[in-house]
Design a protein around this ligand. Structure first.
Ligand code: ATP
Ligand code: MN
Length: 479
């Protein structure tokens, strides 16, 4: 039976009294034919196994290599060495699985680069960095459910395959069972999707929002947490083709209620990680600090990771309108010195360089920008009195840019229909969505938080490919 084993995290916190224990894990290092460091992924800290001279035969010694898997039976004793409280004095060392040191690609002696580790993503979980990142990712996923559950929100699973192409959130991936080489054709030469699996053309979802709205019209408050897909052709450090999103949708919420919820939610997640993943955060903070030593002084962060998270927890997010944001940019030294590559004027979609200026240089904290021009936002956002802007809100975070996109939704049928017509969105296909505005419509709001961007923010990692296990990006879908 395997389940008598004790996890290393638990062992390291146990009072040693010579009790018998069983440890299983992967070898991280082996010194002097005597000291084996073993890790089982429950923590970044290894347990030291001491094999007294003579315990191990020649054959076994040869097989204790980096990343070999082992089962150790022994007794838990106070540690003789520095750096840990306990160690295991081995009585039996069994090799469960060999790892050929000539072939094992992950030698930890010289710190491997993140780029290199992406190429061996199947093994990178065995590094301290990815151990910490993925335990934190897990923790945040758990905290998301805890937060909404405790508020009485209902978790909805919205469909992954959708037929609606109206979200307009990004380029979509097509889902089809038709032959790519020889699809059935209509008389005019176009593909006949009536013969496709669903009898129509379908895509992978870019957002669960529209379906989320349907559920919010019955449960009042719902959230989704699932994968979304966007054929983003931009190869940035913040975009994935497959990413996870949390989308709460709430009846009886206006834009301000929406912002309040989003801010509370983000802070809750940070607090949760600070309370539950302290060790891993400290490891990543140190890692980041070392990484930044390579950078010129002016490129380094002003705060360490933990400091930054504390700061976000202890301060209100700045709230400004889009119009105010444009004014700030137009009056900025960066603008005057022509440092921005993209145009700044009322009506443009702010580029990442503008968002980063606002959060990193001007306010130095998260900023919520509201009331964007309606022409750069989706059809479902609620029109403001001025007829020019909509009740949208984006949250911008230091080092990340946009982390949340949300809005109060247009609940007035006539306004919504007019907007759809202007934007050439076929109302007939959206009959089910429009029905919510016909049968008991209410003011309501919602937002989407990109999960990986949140994990980036909390872990201090800088590339989104390093916070999802197996990233999907242009020209890359290995593993
Ligand atoms: P961006 O301008 O950064 O492309 P967006 O305006 O397309 O974002 P929304 O459609 O509002 O984003 O999606 C909601 C949230 O989902 C964003 O705030 C962001 O956190 C996240 N997100 C959007 N696109 C991606 C992507 N390709 N990869 C990872 N996260 C994403
Ligand atoms: Mn986008």
């Amino acid at each position: 039976m395997f389940n008598k084993r004790v996890k290393i995290k638990e062992l390291l916190a146990t009072e040693p009294s010579g009790q018998e224990v069983i440890v299983m894990g992967w070898v991280r290092s082996f010194r002097n034919n005597q000291f084996i460091s073993v890790n089982d992924g429950s923590t970044n800290n290894n347990i030291q196994i001491v094999a007294e001279l003579g315990l191990l035969d020649e054959e076994t010694i040869k097989r204790i290599t980096t990343s070999a898997s082992v089962k150790i039976t022994g007794t838990l004793i106070p540690s003789q060495g520095k750096g840990q409280k306990v160690e295991v004095k081995a009585s039996v060392v069994e090799i469960l699985g060999d790892s050929d040191p000539e072939k094992y690609p992950l030698q930890l002696k010289n710190r491997p680069s993140l780029e290199f580790l992406r190429e061996i993503a199947h093994l990178r979980f065995r590094t301290n960095t990815f151990g910490a990142v993925f335990r934190i990712r897990h923790s945040l996923a758990y905290a998301i459910h805890k937060f909404y559950h405790e508020k009485g929100f209902v978790y909805m699973h919205t469909p992954i395959i959708t037929a609606s192409d109206a979200e307009g959130a990004g380029e979509m991936f097509r889902v089809t069972t038709l032959s790519p080489d020889n699809p059935p054709k209509n008389d005019d030469g176009s593909v006949n999707y009536k013969e496709d699996f669903f009898g129509r053309s379908t895509n992978l979802t870019v957002s669960g929002q529209l379906e989320g709205e349907l559920a919010a019209m019955a449960f009042s408050e719902i959230y989704t947490f699932g994968p979304t897909f966007r054929a983003e052709n931009s190869n940035t450090a913040r975009h994935l083709a497959e990413f996870w999103m949390i989308e709460p949708e709430m009846a009886f919420y206006d834009l301000e209620d929406n912002m309040n919820l989003a801010e509370e939610f983000i802070k809750y997640l940070i607090r949760f990680a600070m309370d539950n993943n302290r060790e891993d955060l400290e490891f990543l903070a140190q890692r980041l600090a070392e990484e930044e030593k390579q950078l010129p002084q002016d490129k380094r962060s002003e705060m360490g990771l933990i400091e930054k998270l504390e700061f976000v927890l202890n301060n209100n997010f700045e709230r400004i309108t889009y119009t105010e944001a444009i004014d700030i940019l137009l009056n900025s030294p960066a603008y005057k010195k022509k440092k921005f590559q993209y145009e700044v004027k009322w009506g443009v979609d702010m580029q990442s360089e503008h968002e980063r200026y606002l959060v990193e240089k001007h306010f130095k904290k998260p900023v919520i920008v509201t009331n964007y021009p309606k022409d750069i936002k989706s059809f479902y956002m609620r029109e403001n009195e001025d007829g020019k802007t909509v009740a949208a809100m984006d949250i911008l975070a230091p080092g990340i840019g946009e982390i949340v996109g949300g809005s109060q939704r247009e609940e007035r049928l006539d306004k919504l229909l007019k907007r759809m017509e202007e934007m050439h969105i076929p109302a007939e296909e959206m009959w089910w969505f429009l029905d919510t505005r016909r049968f008991g419509t209410v003011p309501h709001s919602g937002f989407g938080l990109g999960f990986e961007r949140m994990v980036l923010f909390v872990t201090g990692m800088t590339n989104i490919r390093d916070v999802i296990a197996f990233p999907r990006t242009p020209k890359s879908a290995e593993f």
